[in-house]
Design a protein around this ligand. Structure first.
Ligand SMILES: Nc1ncnc2c1ncn2[C@@H]1O[C@H](COP(=O)(O)OP(=O)(O)OP(=O)(O)O)[C@@H](O)[C@H]1O
Ligand SMILES: [Mg+2]
Length: 345
């Protein structure tokens, strides 16, 4: 649906060149809620702004539904851009216009009569659940309500793609949840492809099916959300995941635990693992105690992490861990002098 091929962007500033986006390629499928996460300055906004060519990349191609945007002339580009809505952190509403007028704005000059416009505005108001605020001004709305107006306005021309640049960063957690809920709803209802920038892994976890992690102008890791959460490769990805998986607590317990032979078992999927633990304990004559457990639901997939202590003959422990790994459970050594070379992830 969206193909980004080898685009890059360098800004010339008085103090020199800034390579905001190094050579980047991404494929986004129809119906994806694709998250882009990274720290401030990573290049996220530059990347998303290259998708609708608000920023013209220095090289490479942006192709949406087989149309090569990077080759279009100004007039054709304007037409194509109508199919790409965008919302921002600070909503960007017109202060002197009412909610209805803000939403109607992109419908002007399209050959629609007043009645058609009114009907469409009513539809959009009910979609974002703001019917009663129709005649209010932006200053009379809460942040969440302002973002709902911005979403309605972005959807006015029935776009196929919605770009969201930190759309929830100015909102409290509860309002963030309700806006994410609305994005999820329109994604399903309208089969709308959403590209969403954030610096919060919680947001990614909540609604995205795929994610790209950006660092210093590069996409350093990308993939399906459950794969990334269960098997992150880069340290920066691990750090982001730690913010939602309560790993600080886990590390604290591991540090406190005096004994040797503490391992972390991670698994994906809803299958219960207790049977495996008791089987291993029986078959290999080891005692396994659970020090800490955390089960997260990422979209519809269960991700489990167990911190366990294994006591027994060292050869049995080794065999037991090998068996667990063969069952598809990831085993990481947290504390183990003897086997750390064999098992460190
Ligand atoms: N118009 C510009 N002129 C010069 N430099 C820019 C411009 N826009 C962005 N940059 C620089 O490019 C780099 C990437 O910026 P970008 O806004 O894409 O980051 P970001 O990941 O969106 O950050 P944030 O989370 O703070 O919004 C930064 O170093 C920034 O200072
Ligand atoms: Mg930004």
């Amino acid at each position: 649906m969206i193909e980004i091929k080898n685009i890059k962007k360098t800004y010339e500033t008085p103090s020199g060149k800034v390579e905001a986006l190094k050579e980047t390629s991404l494929n986004i499928n129809k119906g994806d809620i694709y998250g882009i996460i990274g720290y401030s300055g990573a290049g996220k906004s530059t990347l998303i702004r290259c998708i609708n060519l608000l920023e013209i990349p220095d090289g490479g191609e942006v192709i949406i539904k087989d149309v090569k945007l990077t080759s279009l002339r100004e007039k054709e580009l304007r037409k194509s851009r109508e199919k790409i809505g965008m919302i921002f952190q600070h909503f960007n509403l017109m202060k002197s216009r009412t909610v209805a007028e803000n939403i109607a704005y992109p419908l002007k000059g399209k050959g629609l009569n007043k009645k058609d416009i009114d009907t469409r505005v009513e539809e959009l108001l009910s979609l974002v659940d703001l019917k009663d605020k129709k005649n209010s001004y932006p200053s009379q709305l809460s942040g969440g309500q302002k973002q709902r107006v911005a979403i309605a306005r972005a959807l006015a021309n029935n776009p196929e793609v919605l770009l969201c640049d930190e759309a929830t960063s100015a909102l409290d957690p509860k309002t963030t949840k309700s806006i994410l809920g609305l994005l999820k709803k329109i994604n399903k209802m309208l089969n709308l492809t959403i590209v969403l920038i954030t610096h919060e892994m919680q947001v990614i976890k909540e609604i995205c099916n795929r994610v790209a992690v950006m660092d210093n102008g590069y996409v350093v890791e990308k993939g399906e959300i459950t794969n990334i959460f269960s098997n992150p490769k880069e340290n920066i990805t691990k750090d982001f995941i730690a913010t939602v998986l309560n790993e600080e607590k886990e590390a604290e317990i591991a540090r406190e635990e005096d004994f040797e032979n503490v391992y972390k078992l991670s698994y994906v999927g809803g299958k219960t693992r207790e049977a495996i633990i008791s089987k291993v304990s029986r078959d290999f004559q080891v005692d396994i105690s659970i020090l800490y457990g955390n089960i997260e639901k990422i979209q519809d997939t269960i991700l489990g992490n167990l911190l366990v202590k294994v006591e027994g003959e060292s050869s049995n422990t080794l065999k037991a861990l090998e068996f667990i790994r063969k069952e598809g459970i990831k085993v990481e050594v947290i504390k183990d002098d003897r086997y750390s070379k064999l098992y460190s992830a």
